[in-house]
Write a protein that binds this ligand. Structure first.
Ligand code: SF4
Length: 554
């Protein structure tokens, strides 16, 4: 398909007015914005806000920011206003956005493929210390988020990050977000194919390009050539999963239309095999379909999964081939089921080149600037210049010589970064929660961290892989529906009928082996205070009743 910077104005040739106008699809001729988000995107491209930040807002301060930039376009540069401290979760749905806004920002640093050098990690650590009150959280999409950022400091932060090859470009917003990649791409001994060149090519051609900077909603990408399928490919808008074609060799199986939130849906295979050097073209075709045919009327129906639900994989593939690629794709095999439930690369593992990579577990992704700098120094002191972040909010240090491993492991554990963590520390994730998120109803990070402590103390003999995902609201930033135990933050009634912070429980979700969404246990809500007792009871029952080899989800 031809490169079209702004199809809303350029009126693409396949416009067929009439059919499906109600969904606001550009490809059927509907260019009139049907909601406020579509309006501000049409008024000005999200990427253009950078110039105003640098030339106006950083000089005149927070109050000078145009509201459409503040709550809209600034996301295209990884900036969200954070929640004003002290507003309880009961007010989240009642207050106007401006009443919830603090005058500080969350800034998301985009880390495609989770790849970091020592210099980059050091730079993030320094930015955190200098401009973000020391905050830093590793997200479940391999990014690092900072908080307490002042608009006045944003240009200096960009300068520092960009000097080491990092950016915040399209880290949020209705555009292609960070490209998740296998955190052991190019190094794992059991790799099917290294997807790194594809991640880099998509980034080089399309990230920050106005061809795809106005999509119906966010667009999530994952690429993994690892047999353990370590990028949660089932819940991305598009995913390329390593497979070996019987005639053509290693390449990728294409998955489209996954996503969580309030209408979770697993991605579907289009049944096609994509060679490494065609991944970027196929990616652009799928994003083009989303841009042109994606639903723009309702934000709640604007993710690609809704189009996929209506079209199905056969029609999707046919439109991709006929209208966007102009050629047929090769049929291809499905990937094998991964053999291991843990997909996080924690522990010490041998690389292709005989050296080792060492995966370790920060608690629920929470670190800080000083600690990031210490991790960078530790990596450098043990001969490594490369690190990776994972989609489980964990980290990996690469390229460690065998004789350096013990010293590195001891140094990491001295910082409370365990290389052989308990299943609870290993398998628990938490979203940002009420500390900074304007949509949150409950606190998450501290609560999940103390849950880990409690479970380690109460059931030290529990050794099964288990995932416990803690969310601060009904959104799914911490992937509650895919966890063994998913906890969705909401206000619940305690024994005395008072409204307190608590969770709706979802049980038995999984990705990888036999993927499926957890069952919402009807009526099963626990207060935050009861949470350790409840989780302990569930795990003890599983421990006592499980048959040999039985997983929690079954
Ligand atoms: Fe915020 Fe809700 Fe996402 Fe947690 S799940 S980060 S509370 S929007």
């Amino acid at each position: 398909m031809a490169s079209t910077p702004n199809p809303a104005q350029a009126a693409p040739s396949r416009r067929k007015a009439g059919r499906h106008r109600g969904e606001g699809q550009w490809a059927v001729g509907h260019f009139t914005p049907l909601n406020a988000n579509e309006q501000f995107k049409k008024d000005d491209d999200g990427l253009n806000v950078r110039t105003r930040i640098e030339t106006i807002y950083a000089h005149r301060g927070f109050d000078s920011i145009d509201p459409a930039d503040l709550r809209g376009r600034m996301r295209w540069w990884g900036l969200y206003t954070q929640r004003k401290p002290g507003i309880d979760g009961g007010k989240t749905a009642i207050l106007e956005p401006e009443e919830l806004d603090d005058k500080y920002f969350m800034m998301r640093v985009r880390i495609d493929g989770g790849r970091l050098t020592v210099a980059q990690l050091r730079a993030i650590g320094e930015v955190s210390e200098q401009y973000a009150r020391g905050t830093a959280d590793i997200t479940d999409r391999q990014n690092i988020q900072l908080h307490w950022v002042r608009i006045e400091d944003v240009p200096a932060i960009w300068q520092k990050l960009e000097a080491v090859g990092l950016s915040t470009t399209e880290a949020c917003g209705d555009c292609p977000r960070v490209i998740i990649g296998s955190p052991v791409a190019g190094i794992a001994a059991d790799e099917i194919i290294d997807g790194t060149p594809a991640v880099d090519e998509i980034h080089r051609r399309y990230i920050g390009s106005k061809e795809f900077s106005n999509l119906p909603r966010k667009f999530k990408t994952a690429v993994s050539g690892s047999p353990v399928q370590d990028v949660v490919h089932e819940i991305n808008d598009i995913a390329f999963v390593g497979v070996v074609h019987p005639e053509h060799g290693p390449g990728f199986d294409l998955w489209v239309g996954g996503g969580l939130s309030t209408n979770p849906r697993l991605a579907e295979r289009l049944g096609t095999w994509v060679p490494l050097d065609e991944v970027a073209d196929v990616w652009a075709g799928v994003v083009g379909i989303f841009r042109d045919y994606g639903y723009r009327r309702l934000r709640t129906r604007a993710r690609l999964k809704f189009l996929m639900a209506d079209w199905g994989p056969e029609k999707f593939r046919q439109v991709l081939e006929d209208e966007y690629l102009g050629r047929k794709l090769l049929d291809g095999p499905a990937p094998d089921q991964p053999s291991n439930r843990w997909r996080d690369h924690i522990g010490v593992h041998q690389q292709q080149d005989g050296r080792c990579y060492v995966g370790f577990a920060p608690r629920v992704g929470r670190v800080d600037g000083t600690t990031l700098t210490k991790i960078a120094e530790l990596a450098a002191a043990h001969g490594s210049d490369r690190l990776r972040t994972t989609v489980e909010q964990k980290m990996i240090i690469l390229d460690v010589e065998r004789d350096q491993v013990d010293s590195l492991v001891a140094s990491l554990e001295a910082l409370d970064f365990q290389v052989t963590p308990s299943p609870f520390r290993r398998g628990t994730m938490a979203c940002t929660g009420i500390e900074f998120c304007k949509l949150a109803i409950v606190e998450t990070k501290a609560r999940a961290s103390s849950l880990i402590d409690e479970l380690e103390r109460r059931i030290p003999d529990f050794t099964e892989p288990i995932t416990i995902n803690v969310n601060g609201c009904p959104n799914a930033c911490a992937r509650i529906q895919t966890a063994d135990i998913g906890l969705k933050g909401q206000l619940v009634l305690d024994d005395e009928g008072r409204q307190v912070e608590g969770f709706q429980v979802h049980l038995g979700g999984a990705l990888g082996l036999e993927p499926g969404f957890g069952r919402k246990v009807r009526g099963l809500k626990v207060t935050a205070e009861e949470l350790p007792d409840y989780v302990e009871r569930v795990l003890r029952r599983f421990q006592a009743e499980r048959a040999d080899g039985e997983r929690f989800a079954t």
